[in-house]
Design a protein around this ligand. Structure first.
Ligand code: G
Ligand code: G
Ligand code: MN
Ligand code: NA
Length: 250
């Protein structure tokens, strides 16, 4: 497909595909605790193309490793300038399934000088459920180095709340579909409370995604959610803007 050829070309030279960074705030106090790297592709003819579209293409075309390594290197380099904040980077299933993944992450940490404790790798519930074989070994090596693991879009996969008891992760990110109805749909609030309670019982931290309203922000803080991410604070922004944001936040 044409888009695949363009993707391949765009990855050869930097600039067209770059990570933006979305701030993540403490629910209490609202200081910035970290950022999530989210890829943005500005196609010269087609304009902005969503990662929802090009990530699957990259996976099928065998380009995801190269792409993932690029994001990781750029994000870790940028995050060195953001003291005490974590940097979260999404990893897709095929990346995790590659035997060299953890070692590549380690190499990037060495080169950039970012402390491993400041890096968080976000994996989906599906990838976490398949914590077998190579993916499990990669995750175990990463955690042994001090890198944190977060489970992304929690609640959308097939795992039950009970699965939370077994997952070897450091953080749970509650999918924004549960945050959307928070406050006006009782059922969503019950689920969110249950996730927070179970996660805390295991010593995991919890982030709510897609926080858009004051009611959601305050309600989530009240029930003990640790961190909040969403348009009420900021969308993802380019690194130079984040540099200035961190200066103002300190
Ligand atoms: O930023 P939103 O902007 O539209 O991102 C859409 C989807 O693309 C999200 O599910 C997000 O996790 C995914 N995504 C964004 N950047 C990356 C990336 O660097 N790697 C992977 N694997 N997924 C990403
Ligand atoms: O990795 P993940 O699938 O969680 O990607 C986060 C996605 O959520 C990205 O597409 C990001 O742009 C989007 N996002 C972040 N904050 C908000 C928000 O407040 N509302 C909505 N609708 N989307 C958001
Ligand atoms: Mn994510
Ligand atoms: Na998510």
């Amino acid at each position: 497909r044409e888009i695949e050829a363009d993707l391949r070309a765009a990855l050869q030279e930097s600039g067209e595909i770059v990570p933006y960074y979305q701030p993540i705030h403490a629910a209490a106090g609202h200081t910035i605790t970290g950022f999530e790297a989210l890829l943005r592709w500005r196609h010269p003819a087609l304009g902005w193309i969503s990662p929802d579209l090009f990530i699957p293409i990259a996976e099928e075309a065998g380009l995801i490793e190269m792409m993932g390594e690029r994001v990781l290197r750029e994000a870790c380099t940028a995050a060195v300038n953001w003291p005490n904040r974590t940097i979260a980077v999404n990893a897709s299933g095929p990346e995790l399934a590659n035997p060299g993944y953890a070692e590549r992450v380690a190499a990037i940490l060495r080169v950039t000088g970012l402390p491993p404790q400041r890096l968080e790798i976000e994996i989906t519930e599906t990838a976490a459920n398949g914590q077998i074989g190579t993916a499990a070994e990669n995750l175990a090596s990463l955690r042994a180095m001090g890198v944190r693991i977060a489970i992304d879009d929690f609640g959308t996969g097939f795992s039950s709340l009970a699965r939370l008891q077994q997952l070897r992760v450091d953080r749970v990110k509650i999918d924004r579909s549960f945050i959307h109805g928070f406050g006006d749909q009782d059922s969503d609030e019950v689920i969110v409370r249950a996730i927070i309670e179970l996660a805390h019982a295991r010593g995991l931290r919890v982030t709510a995604e897609g926080v858009e309203t004051l009611e959601q922000r305050e309600g989530l803080a009240r029930i003990g959610c640790d961190d909040l991410q969403g348009f009420i604070f900021s969308k993802a922004r380019p690194a130079p803007e984040i540099d200035r944001l961190v200066e103002a936040d300190d």
